[in-house]
Write a protein that binds this ligand. Structure first.
Ligand SMILES: [Zn+2]
Length: 481
């Protein structure tokens, strides 16, 4: 349905303008495709009228890296580094599709209500129910109406092999699924679920070099080329991963990914904390995207990603929340705020610091670039698809009136998204998601969980002593496990 937003504030070069924005569709295109057809003062009304007075219109942001089913473990994993955190996480991943569906719904709702209109779900699969897992998440995303990029999280090496062996020649059990079976699974996921015209995109997303063979990365790159899919992976999130790459390949992980031909303009890489200047140059040359997950990096003690260096080198940067067990939220505006001001502590040259308008551009256009849809999304431009968010500037958290984008990015907006559209379809109206019964969602999340403080993770017990030794931490008499 076409509509016209009247008298809404939009950012322009010199400040802000009050304009009308027309959203319509080209009759020659399928009805799905609603685009921005005009932006200007006092436009003719097309379709229904949306009152934009005292509201700020921005392109929808991209939650460019998350793992939806981690929502079932938010708040519970103690403050430990990634390698131990992962060991615990995988001992307690959801085991049924209903939970996957509910956490995808929850992730989508929190993303929409904090300015995101697209989500990249690096989706943890239930062993033996892989296609059902993807089906459950896709069902949730289609229902809520968010644009989703679903990258089944695949690996072909066991979790313990993600820790450097430090010269101790560790042996590992084989992974539960072979490389060949994993690539066949991806082929089936693509066949069944990759439908960009419905807002559901499949991406290839091997979890990272630390848990994947070269053959798996090459197979994923090949599928990506054959079907035009985006590529995703974790990259150098921790110091242990940097040591592991040097141990395994005798070069940096980035060099190895480049040698595997995995880096490209449609490749987005989560975290990127432990890269050196040569690595950064390679990301710039291959036009790869860094997905910045500042809260997760802080929560897991992974480090501060050199975001200002990426920007100076011309590397595209987007923002992600990361999964809810390492954040432990899906508040995209919070991730953008922390991910912007955190870096002021890393460089005394304040001219390198990220301004609120640059944060908006990274979150919207930067996110779109990382998904290779910058021609379609990411800015208020006539002809682009209508993935839009309208913020209520009379909301208490955005008052008193100063610079709207400054208030949004540097402040702590609470329930400030009054409308959101994906492809021209309303997904948030009057500060509420349109297609989801929030009370029913809350009830289901409540009913399927319990208050809990301490669990025993067998995998942590297995790997903790070795992790401490490799990271040159003193041996312990009593560990976290
Ligand atoms: Zn992640």
């Amino acid at each position: 349905m076409s509509f016209t937003i009247q008298q809404v504030l939009i950012p322009v070069e010199q400040g802000y303008d009050t304009v009308d924005v027309q959203i319509g569709h080209d009759p020659s295109e399928p009805d799905e495709g609603h685009r921005i057809t005009a932006i200007g003062a006092d436009l003719d009304v097309v379709g229904t009228i949306v009152d934009g007075r005292n509201k700020l219109l921005l392109p929808g942001f991209v939650n460019a890296h998350t793992h939806s089913s981690e929502m079932w473990q938010r708040g519970i994993i103690p403050p430990v580094p990634l390698e131990l955190w992962l060991a615990e996480l995988y001992d307690f991943i959801p085991l049924n599709e209903e939970q996957v569906y509910l956490s995808a719904l929850g992730t989508a709702v929190e993303t929409l209500l904090s300015g995101g209109t697209s989500v990249v779900d690096h989706l943890v699969l239930i062993p033996g129910k892989e296609l059902e897992t993807v089906a459950a998440a896709v069902r949730a995303y289609r229902e809520v109406g968010i644009r989703a990029f679903v990258g089944p999280l695949i690996q072909d090496e066991p979790l313990t092999s993600g820790i450097p062996d430090g010269g101790t020649a560790q042996t590992h059990k084989p992974y539960l699924r072979s490389t060949k079976a994993t690539l066949e699974l991806m082929q089936e996921v693509i066949n069944q679920f990759h439908k960009p015209e419905t807002g559901i995109n499949v991406m290839v997303a091997p979890t990272g070099l630390q848990l994947c063979s070269d053959h798996l990365f090459e197979g994923c790159a090949e599928l990506s080329d054959r079907y035009g899919l985006c590529r995703h992976a974790h990259l150098l999130e921790t110091k242990a991963q940097k040591l592991l790459a040097e141990e395994t390949y005798g070069c940096s992980a980035v060099q190895h990914l480049k040698d595997l031909d995995y880096l490209s303009p449609r490749t987005s890489l989560a975290h990127c904390v432990w890269l050196d200047d040569t690595d950064i140059q390679m990301l710039a040359e291959t036009q790869s995207t860094v997905v910045h997950n500042p809260l997760s990096n802080l929560r897991l003690g992974s480090g501060i990603a050199p975001i200002l260096k990426y920007r100076q080198a011309g590397v595209n940067v987007a923002f992600g929340c990361d999964g809810s067990a390492s954040n432990d939220s899906q508040d995209l505006l919070e991730a953008i705020k922390i991910g912007s001001i955190l870096h002021n502590t890393t460089d005394f040259e304040y001219q390198h610091w990220i301004t609120p308008r640059e944060s908006v551009e990274m979150a919207a256009l930067g996110g779109a670039k990382g998904l290779n849809v910058q021609d379609q999304l990411g800015s208020l431009t006539v002809g682009k698809q209508a993935d839009l968010v309208m913020y209520d500037l009379t909301n208490l958290s955005l008052l008193p009136r100063t610079d709207p984008i400054g208030l949004l990015i540097l402040g702590r907006p609470v329930n400030a998204v009054s409308y959101a559209w994906v492809n021209g379809k309303a997904v948030v109206e009057n500060n509420s998601v349109v297609n989801v019964d929030l009370n029913a969602l809350r009830q289901a999340l409540f009913n399927q969980s319990q208050w809990s403080i301490k669990r025993q993770s067998p995998t942590v017990a297995e790997v903790e002593a070795h992790y401490r030794s490799v990271m040159q931490l003193p041996a312990f008499t009593q560990g976290y496990s």
